[in-house]
Design a protein around this ligand. Structure first.
Ligand code: NOJ
Length: 564
């Protein structure tokens, strides 16, 4: 193998530096209602997480990202927030939150909490005030209200669809309508309103004072909007580029909001961190990741790619260059609470690709989900094998890796939840067209047996039904199995800590189009075989492999780490 092309990045922060820990962190996402249930009501809770801190520690993650745990009617899995400065009573209390922070910190694990600033829930005191207040009132100005069209305002102000299906405008009965990008229970806030801005600064301080280390910012590219009284049609919106001037998305002035937030983050020692969920073109991501703004942004490019060497190499190279240009570190993600789990995606045929390099439009796994998991046929073992290889590759990359609960157990998506158990608004708002995201949010199995496979202590089931096959993948089953996915994650995360080095990568030419290899500055070498046939490994000590080697050779769909 010969070496080519070095991607040099910003100097590595000192390992353990309190201000830069996030740059190459392994962050584990907890979807709190589906992680562990301490009180036996079928819903995961904060004490459940606290009780599992030893598990997180043994897994070896650097930080936890906690999806929303705030009071919520769960119209969108908690992303409909009633009160930004409290805990959902079904999940615990503020004291339970403090106990969780303390337990994580004692275990050397940081905590990032999810912040949902684009919209509140319809139960938020502000929205209730807005409904009770007249047109043109200060209470309505905190949201986006417009008069309806036609006689009596009976028609929506615009024909925009919401992300979860159905219209994006909802009437309130007096000729006015409010805008909701997402579920009808998630009215969008008006970020031109100074009260809205001030209140979020208060929320940032509230959680920072309680010891959180950072924030994950939901729909970070949606806050700033520029809507006059005459609204464009959806066709007109579609024709506009996302160049900083689009009325709804990725507007340049959104960064003024984040600059203000940065002032709050930097008033703490160590400064609080943030990561933007911003679905924007790669070249516009850097502004969210700027140290004058949120500091880091999710990069979903690998999540959207097929298990394919050429796609992976291009995405990795491009994103490392981008990160270097922004001064931030890049992020890598394969799974989260919004997408079909990567073990499953990789076991399905690649989507039809668009013409001329266009991204496929169909969501990965959608057809399979709609068929209840029968069409096309899922190759379960192959999918998991590839997922393990991809994760091992990911964990060797410079930058942060965001892992989603349950991927360390090799969980597949659950495609066949009964309709009556489904919770995702996508399912209800797009009947027959989309089943939504519940299949990756099924509560974790901790034990082989039991009504909820150890998710809760009692004899009742978890609030989303777990399939029978979850038992075989329980933590308890995998813990002492040297070949399990849990063991692989533990060993990989442990080794990653030891091996972590400067944010630099050098590609090593392998002579095989299907084999990607890269070296980190200290000789940490990661080799992934995306193909089928086994290949020779370069010289070096093999530290870990995602599947057994074949007579010292690297089989298909396998990654190995070497010290070379
Ligand atoms: C992105 C979150 O990840 C998703 O779960 C949620 O539905 C939307 N934002 C709306 O908050």
């Amino acid at each position: 193998m010969t070496e080519v092309m070095e991607t040099r990045l910003t100097p590595d922060p000192t390992a353990g530096d309190a201000a830069t820990w996030w740059r190459q962190a392994a962050v584990y996402q907890i979807y709190p209602r589906a992680f562990a249930d301490a009180n036996g009501d079928g819903l995961g809770d904060l004490p459940g997480i606290t009780a599992r801190v030893p598990y997180l520690r043994s897994l070896g993650v650097d930080a936890v990202w906690l999806s929303p745990f705030y009071p919520s009617a769960l119209a969108d899995g908690g992303y409909d927030v009633d009160d930004y400065r409290d805990v959902d009573p079904r999940l615990g209390t503020l004291e339970d939150f403090d106990a969780l922070v303390a337990a994580l910190h004692d275990a050397g694990i940081k905590l990032i909490v999810d912040l949902v600033p684009n919209h509140t829930s319809d139960r938020h005191v502000w929205f209730q005030e807005a409904l009770a207040a007249p047109k043109g009132s200060p209470a309505r100005d905190r949201y986006i209200f417009r008069d309806g069209k036609g006689p009596d305002g009976a028609e929506p102000p615009a024909d925009w669809p919401s992300t979860f299906g159905g219209p994006a405008w909802e009437p309130v009965g007096d000729g006015q309508w409010y805008m909701h990008h997402f579920a009808v229970q998630q009215p969008d806030l008006n970020w031109k309103n100074p009260e809205v801005r001030a209140d979020f600064l208060r929320t940032l301080r509230f959680w920072s004072d309680r010891g959180v280390d950072g924030f994950r910012v939901d729909v970070a590219h949606g806050l700033a909007k520029d809507l006059g009284d005459e609204l464009p049609s959806q066709a007109e919106l579609d024709a506009l580029p996302w160049d900083g001037n689009h009325p709804l998305w990725d507007r340049d002035e959104v960064h003024e909001i984040y600059a203000e937030w940065r002032g709050v983050f930097n008033s703490y020692d160590p400064p609080r961190t943030a990561v933007a969920e911003a679905w924007v073109a790669a070249d516009r991501r850097a502004r969210y990741a700027s140290s004058a703004g949120l500091g880091q942004a999710f990069n979903f490019d690998l999540l959207e790619a097929d298990f394919d060497a050429a796609q992976f190499r291009e995405i990795i190279t491009f994103n490392l260059e981008l990160a270097a240009a922004s001064g931030s570190s890049t992020t890598w993600v394969f799974s989260n609470h919004d997408v079909v789990r990567h073990a499953t995606r990789y076991g399905l045929p690649p989507r039809r690709t668009g013409t001329d390099g266009e991204k496929p439009r169909e969501k990965q796994g959608k057809r399979w989900l709609l068929s209840g998991g029968t069409e096309p046929e899922l190759q379960r073992e192959l999918g998991l094998r590839r997922a393990r290889a991809a994760t091992l590759l990911e964990l060797a990359l410079p930058g942060s890796s965001y892992l989603y609960q349950g991927e360390e157990l090799g969980l597949h998506e659950v495609p066949d939840l009964p309709d009556e158990a489904r919770q995702d608004p996508t399912f209800f708002r797009s009947p027959g067209v989309d089943v939504g995201r519940d299949g990756c949010r099924v509560p974790l199995p901790w034990t082989r047996e039991g009504a909820s496979f150890g998710f809760g202590p009692g004899s009742g089931p978890a609030d989303l039904p777990q399939p029978d096959w979850f038992g075989e993948l329980a933590v308890e089953v995998q813990e002492d199995d040297a070949a399990s996915t849990l063991t692989l994650y533990r060993r990989a995360l442990g080794l990653r800590r030891e091996l972590q080095t400067e944010e630099e990568l050098t590609w090593v030419e392998t002579g095989h189009a299907d084999v990607l290899a890269f070296r980190r500055p200290n000789g940490w070498l990661s080799v992934t075989n995306f193909g089928d046939a086994a290949v020779d490994l370069p010289d070096g000590e093999v530290l870990l492999a995602s599947a057994p080697l074949e007579n010292g050779r690297l089989p298909g769909a396998t990654t190995a780490w070497l010290r070379a």
